[in-house]
Design a protein. Structure first.
Length: 483
């Protein structure tokens, strides 16, 4: 136990009931990992886990952490794939699971106010009866929290038409690094001053702790429909994606799964996908009854034109749910194909998808790896899942090299190192692939101004070779960089 620990525990237990302050090794075991790749993030035990119930408790915890110079790392549901919740430097792991209340629903002004630990799908479930829903829907929505979604600016299948989390956050209550509380944004369409809500969205818990969120709620569309189209090649499927959007139709979602993924899904979830297809597109359309009917027809024709061997239109809600179940169980199904997988979340402009997927196939051959593809095709957001066995000597190195080659290629196509999962630990070393030291320094200035003592989720996002607290402001450094 570290020297500060007994005082830390005593002070935390004076803020939160002792039942919610966990510091025995067995109790903390479940918080050592999140959904990220353990081979990269490693296993790290926090000094203490605390489950507060209110924003005021969080503020008090942060003030204690300041007094004792202890890092504070926030955790929602731990479904993050970038290692954002891993306590690499120890510290207080602050879990928001008990802050799971929907505080207000305002249908007239179309917003809800929620605590950060509300599960994404629970919010939609609470709104459906009133004719509303919460649009951003990560495939992990049965488990992940609104706080985690905000911190990672998460996407999801329906973000093609409706935008990612950031497009649905109106205001935030935040506990800052000094333990003070602030409110940014609000229900009005225009807010004066700097857009600090925007700064917090995607902040990965490094700039402030979200304790309350005002989120946009959306009216349920009058109708929706789901189609499954099977293709003889991944290339023809991805060309059908661009053609659909070029035809002026923005489906609610367009998800692409390749043959390997279909095989894994059919073994584990039996969603009824055609087992011999090289790729399937799962397409959801929504809107007015007549528009959905017309668009179904047009999209089916486009799929035919691009060589679809089958286009199936779900005839009931049960059939739609079965098709979606396949997609939503895809990551979990990978266990049927290999003991481990490494997910490279990257993004390219949609029209570059065929090129990017071609490169994925080449890299699989070059590195002698199996790579499955399941992704938000409409957004150009790729998720090559590189399958491997961690126990095979050299496998991890090969996987990481292949992943970096793919990221670099996507950047060269005008894309980015992450499409939606955030940077955390997993992508921190990849940031220099797309940002210069001067770009990183601009981000470091923001980090230093919100968190001058580096207490909030330290060691994340910035590459390990770039210390955000060592100022890059001397003329020689700038000149060197420019050279
Ligand atoms: C099967 C599966 C499918 C997935 N599908 C998608 C998908 O379709 N789209 C997508 O974008 N992601 C997806 N993800 C990734 C993940 O679910 C999202 O990143 C999600 O938003 C994380 O939420 P969480 O509550 O689990 O956050 P956590 O993993 O607990 O935390 C994530 C980050 O948020 C920070 N954080 C959490 N709460 C707060 C808070 N209150 N204030 C400040 N910072 C906070 C943490 O410190 C950490 O940096 C998927 C993951 C899995 C396992």
């Amino acid at each position: 136990m570290k020297a500060y620990s007994s005082e830390l525990i005593r002070r935390l237990e004076s803020i939160v009931k002792p039942d919610y302050v966990i510091y025995d090794r067995a109790g903390m075991g479940v918080y050592e990992l999140d959904a990220s790749d353990e081979s990269i993030a490693g296993v790290h035990t926090p000094d203490v886990v605390v489950l507060p119930e209110t924003a005021e408790q969080i503020a008090a915890i942060v003030r204690v952490a300041n007094d004792l110079s202890v890092p504070v790392i926030v955790r929602g549901a731990g479904t993050g794939l970038a290692g954002g919740t891993i306590t690499t430097r120890g510290g207080i792991l602050l879990v928001t699971a008990r802050m799971n209340h929907i505080l207000e629903v305002n249908e007239t002004d179309r917003y809800a106010v929620v605590e950060p630990g509300v599960i994404n799908l629970d919010l939609t479930a609470a709104l459906l009866g009133r004719g509303y829903y919460y649009a951003p829907d990560p495939a992990s929505q049965k488990t992940c929290t609104i706080g985690g979604n905000i911190a990672n600016n998460s996407g999801g299948p329906h973000c093609l038409k409706y935008g990612v989390t950031g497009n649905h956050i109106l205001g935030l209550e935040v506990v800052l690094a000094d333990g003070e509380m602030a409110w940014f944004g609000g229900a009005s369409s225009e807010m004066p001053g700097f857009d600090l809500t925007g700064v917090m969205v995607g902040g990965e818990g490094t700039l402030g702790i979200v304790t309350r969120a005002m989120v946009r709620i959306s009216r349920r569309p009058e109708a929706s429909g789901v189609l499954l189209a099977a293709f003889p090649s991944i290339d023809s499927a991805s060309r059908a994606v661009s053609a659909t959007i070029a035809a002026g139709i923005i489906p609610a979602s367009m998800e692409l799964m390749d043959h390997l993924t279909i095989t894994a899904i059919e073994v584990s979830a039996q969603a009824g996908y055609p087992k011999d297809a090289a790729a399937v597109l799962l397409i959801e359309l929504d809107g007015l009854i007549q528009t959905v009917a017309e668009h179904k027809q047009i999209v089916a024709e486009i799929c035919d034109e691009y060589g679809a061997t089958e286009v199936r239109v779900a005839q009931s809600k049960a059939e739609e749910d079965a098709l979606w179940l396949g997609r939503k169980s895809a990551f979990g199904a990978m266990g049927r194909l290999a003991p481990n997988y490494h997910l490279t979340d990257t993004v390219v402009p949609r029209t570059k998808l065929p090129l990017a997927l071609e490169r994925v196939a080449e890299v699989a051959v070059e590195y002698n790896l199996k790579i499955a593809n399941v992704f938000h095709a409409g957004d150009g957001n790729l998720h090559p899942l590189i399958l491997f066995d961690r126990n095979e000597p050299g496998a991890m190195e090969r996987v990481l090299e292949a992943s970096e080659v793919l990221m670099q290629y996507c950047i060269d196509l005008g894309g980015a190192v992450s499409g939606e999962h955030g940077i955390g630990i997993e992508k921190q070393e990849a940031l220099p692939l797309m940002f210069t030291d001067l770009d990183l320094e601009a981000m470091a200035k923001l980090k230093r101004s919100f968190d001058p003592e580096n207490q909030l989720n330290p060691g994340k996002v910035f590459p390990t070779s770039f210390d955000p607290y060592q100022r890059l402001d001397s003329p020689e450094k700038v000149a060197l960089h420019v050279d």
